[in-house]
Design a protein around this ligand. Structure first.
Ligand SMILES: Cc1ncc(COP(=O)(O)O)c(C=O)c1O
Length: 397
């Protein structure tokens, strides 16, 4: 029988691990197992009314046709104003491309920047999809080991040394960070940008969690630092801040030539972002007063405190306080040692025996750790914490 051969490029790509774990938890639930999932990086709040209503209206008003590939002009202009208002970034509408979420923005950016074999530095811990996203662009991902003792943030010198050693063209940074929740200070971002300027590196800055900050932390985009703008591509959007994960809409902001190149790739590879979602994103970007956002952040912050306090009180587990996003990294090295397994084994046993879904740190280039998402209800969090406490106690006994 004839079998269509799959390309080596496609064979080199794996399924998204977080989506796979979430699917596995769902399948176990369908079998009647009462699994609690702290796996998915998805807010449990509904899309805000103003945004959802704009989507409904879009259908009724006939916004159901092809649009300009890079996005409707109103949205590109609104996104430019949003970048300025929220993050002090100055972009012209032509420097904005609307994509079907942050993920395609990252992928198309890699396709626009990389020639075959170009190396890209990925400072750990990093979002699990980055290596495959670099490969999709024809590049080679290069890991830079995580620095837990430095609060998971590398110095410019560390980034420059690794980039020089491996001949990298650019670096992908993601702050607030998934999975660590780390948020660098302005001085730390300045230090990273200065190193990139000195060593001629471009920066792909994934800022999808930029509005999810705690304890007065400030989001500083590398593009806002002198010398940073011309070498940085910013990816952002309302996916996480406005519970729009399913709408598939996000923004890329970059110097004109790069934005134009990404726009060409959108037009040939993806087509315009869903016309309805673009109207919803327009409502999101135009929201000035946003009391619901503050309420969501208050809820995330309460959960963050709860998670840090509770996990911190489990003997064998250590947890650093996240400053942004909605994840915490649990250091389970001690428990793994007792269990005689690695973090993947820990996660597997916790799922099967403890009925809690989490994601192994290995997926984020930080073995020995486990990522939990606290974008979950207090009820689920408490259930999960209780089960993990019991699971770990049984292994440490
Ligand atoms: C760091 C990071 N970047 C990008 C994305 C993808 O976002 P989107 O749903 O907008 O494609 C995620 C989603 O989990 C993420 O954690």
């Amino acid at each position: 029988m004839f079998e269509i051969p799959v390309s080596s490029r496609a064979r080199a790509i794996s399924d998204s691990i977080t989506l796979a774990i979430t699917a596995r938890a769902k399948a176990m639930r369908a079998e009647g197992k009462d699994v609690v999932s702290l796996g998915a990086g998805e807010p449990d709040f509904p899309t805000p009314d103003e945004v959802a209503d704009a989507g409904v209206r879009a259908i009724r008003d006939g916004h159901t046709r092809y649009t300009a590939a890079a996005g409707i002009p109103e949205l590109r202009a609104a996104a430019a104003r949003w970048f300025d208002r929220q993050f002090g970034l100055d972009y012209a509408p032509e420097e904005i491309v609307v994509t079907a979420g942050a993920k395609p923005a990252l992928t198309l950016c890699m396709m626009a920047l990389l020639d075959d074999g170009d190396r890209v530095l990925l400072p750990g811990p990093y979002w699990a999809s980055y290596p495959d996203i670099v490969r999709l662009g024809g590049g080679e991902p290069i890991d830079l080991a995580s620095e837990p003792e430095q609060g998971f943030i590398h110095t410019g010198a560390q980034i420059a040394a690794a980039a020089r050693e491996h001949g990298c063209k650019g670096v992908v940074v993601n702050y607030p960070n998934n999975p660590s929740g780390a948020v660098p200070t302005r001085a730390q971002v300045e230090d990273i940008v200065a190193a990139c300027v000195e060593h001629d590196l471009w920066i792909l800055s994934d800022e999808i969690y930029a509005r999810l900050l705690y304890d007065g932390a400030e989001h500083v985009s590398p593009a806002s630092i002198p010398g940073g703008r011309e070498r940085t591509v910013v990816v952002n959007g309302g996916t996480k801040s406005h519970s729009m994960t399913g709408w598939r809409v996000g923004f890329l902001a970059a110097p004109r030539e790069v934005a134009a190149a990404v726009g060409r790739l959108v037009s040939q590879a993806m087509g315009n972002t869903c016309s309805i979602s673009q109207q919803a994103a327009l409502a999101m970007a135009n929201l000035e007063e946003d009391p619901e956002f503050d309420r969501r952040m208050k809820a995330f912050d309460e959960r963050r405190h709860h998670v840090v306090r509770e996990f911190g009180s489990i003997p064998g587990i250590r947890v650093a306080e996240p400053k942004g996003a909605f994840y915490a990294l649990l250091d389970v090295r001690e428990v793994c040692e007792r269990m005689g397994c690695d973090d993947v084994g820990f996660v597997e046993q916790l799922l099967v025996d403890g009925l809690v879904a989490t994601v192994p740190g290995s997926a984020f280039a930080i073995p020995g750790f486990v990522r939990i998402s606290y974008a979950a209800s207090m009820l689920d969090l408490d259930l999960a914490i209780g089960r993990i406490r019991e699971f770990v106690a049984s292994k440490m006994a």
